[in-house]
Design a protein around this ligand. Structure first.
Ligand SMILES: *Cc1c(COP(=O)(O)O)cnc(C)c1O
Length: 389
């Protein structure tokens, strides 16, 4: 195999060029224009909800969601430690502090520990949940559907209702994932909590170069999010602003890409699932490595594949394997550094972090682009087999 096999790259072989060309020809390249509305409408249609608001990035969407969930200066917000840091930074943008939770064996937040934290470490008052240790109010929780694998939303919503927490679903990795059983059967990740946020960054399942979408249970809050994302203009002609807004609106150029990408989303998910199954079949035969499952009772979008390495049995550590694969022109990536250990967050409270410490040294994400050819996936498996010692 002579080609370099990237971890995850965009796939723009649909109508992207046609739609972007139209945008350029009409010169509606900025934050006005038909594709923005069309993209919002099409995403809402796909998710079977009424509306969403398109923004500059998933991070911007998360910032707006947290603000609209009622997070105030000096509050605390419950977040996972095993995730991408963009899920947490917006808490700080609002002058609030994150409290970190562990993961379970699906890599999503450990809901037993979450429940235990709320019950034992906090007190539910008329003013909401108060952290006993700091005396600060916790009004919001961020759940991340890691790698497109849906968290147990029935359990999570029960906990959130009991402890009066608003739920922000960071669904930036999980567009297209939905529940197939139970109370939320047919519901998409991001449409169950109070807010849901999607990302269209370059490595996500569909891309607009950079971009995001915010959805909310309360339609009024979507209108409010749109207002805040466009500099909070109360009068468009005279420039009257009753609040401090943001420049967070998606551009028509980005949205044109998004409309073309969304047309291909189900096809992308199909390819992601096929390649996952191919990897799974081959990798299960190799001693000392395995590929993590996606949860039952969901149709996961299979965005990223997680290889779990048992160094004793396989004969190579995670980082040795990463280097060997690199030598074979196969790009992989270790899972993120834990956020409670990153410089800006070292002094924050972290509740009984155990499993995250285990997984942090043992997970490698392997090539998962939708343009990954079957022969390339097989080649990755061949190399993994050869490297076993
Ligand atoms: C990608 C991602 C984000 C941020 O999305 P951007 O569009 O890049 O700002 C947030 N949270 C998680 C978990 C992500 O993977």
């Amino acid at each position: 195999m002579s080609r370099f096999i990237p971890l995850s790259v965009p796939n723009l072989k649909g109508k992207e060029l046609e739609y972007v060309t139209k945008v350029v020809e009409t010169e509606w390249v900025s934050t006005g224009g038909g594709y923005i509305n069309e993209f919002e409408k099409n995403i809402a249609g796909y998710l079977k909800i009424e509306k969403g608001v398109a923004c500059q990035s998933g991070t911007a969407g998360l910032h707006l969601a947290l603000k609209l969930s009622g997070v105030k200066y000096g509050d605390e917000v419950i977040v996972p430690t095993l995730t991408f840091i963009a899920a947490v930074n917006p808490v700080r943008y609002l002058g609030a502090e994150p409290v970190f939770m562990d993961c379970d064996d699906t890599l999503n937040m450990d809901l037993d520990k979450l429940e235990e934290f709320c019950r034992k470490e906090c007190t539910l008052t008329n003013d909401g949940l108060i952290n006993n240790k700091t005396g600060k109010a916790i009004r919001t929780l961020v759940i991340v559907h890691i790698f497109g694998n849906m968290a147990n939303m029935e359990r999570l919503i029960d906990i959130a209702e009991e402890y009066k927490l608003k739920v922000v679903e960071d669904s930036t990795e999980a567009l297209g994932t939905y529940s197939t059983e139970g109370r939320y059967k047919g519901k998409f990740a991001g449409t169950i909590g109070d807010f849901g946020v999607y990302s269209f960054n370059g490595n996500k399942i569909i891309t607009t170069g950079g971009g995001g979408m915010l959805v909310a249970k309360d339609k009024n809050l979507i209108d409010k999010a749109k207002y805040l994302s466009t500099q909070a203009k109360d009068d468009e002609l005279y420039y009257i602003h009753d609040e401090v807004g943001f420049n967070y609106r998606m551009t028509n150029l980005q949205a044109a890409l998004g409309v073309a990408q969304l047309e291909q989303l189900e096809g992308f998910i199909k390819i992601k699932m096929e390649n996952y199954n191919l990897y799974k079949e081959e990798i299960d035969k190799i001693e000392g490595i395995s590929i993590l499952d996606f949860n039952k009772n969901t149709r996961a979008n299979h965005w990223f594949y997680s290889l779990l390495i048992d160094e004793e049995k396989y004969g190579l550590s995670r980082d040795e394997l990463l280097n060997k694969l690199n030598e074979n022109k196969i790009q992989t990536r270790p899972i993120w550094g834990l956020i409670h250990e990153q410089k800006p967050y070292r002094n924050n409270q972290a509740h009984k972090i155990e499993k995250a410490n285990y997984y942090i040294d043992r997970i490698l994400n392997i090539p998962c682009s939708t343009s990954l050819a079957k022969e390339e996936a097989k080649y990755v498996c061949d190399i993994l087999r050869e490297l076993e010692r």
